[in-house]
Ligand binder design. Structure first.
Ligand SMILES: [Zn+2]
Length: 78
């Protein structure tokens, strides 16, 4: 449980978020992950059991619900 943001000191709210993860070379999204999100700066914090669960999923990924395409850009590219 993280009630204060370590970055800016504002209070956090409990939210279900989409976690972005690199599992090896693969970018993955996990939906409906419970997190503490800073109301001011948006920083996200996870409880240790949530981190453990995400680690378990990383070690043995279940079948993906769906697969999406992600555009890739170079910084400063026009
Ligand atoms: Zn913050």
């Amino acid at each position: 449980m993280v009630t204060r943001c370590f970055q800016c000191g504002s209070s956090t709210v409990r939210k279900l978020i989409i976690a972005e993860n690199w599992w090896g070379d693969t970018l993955t999204l996990v939906e409906n992950v419970p997190a503490w999100v800073c109301e001011r700066c948006g920083e996200q914090y996870f409880d240790s059991d949530v981190i453990k669960e995400l680690d378990k999923m990383k070690d043995r990924p279940p079948k993906a619900r769906r697969v999406i395409k992600v555009p890739v850009y170079g910084y400063g590219q026009l």
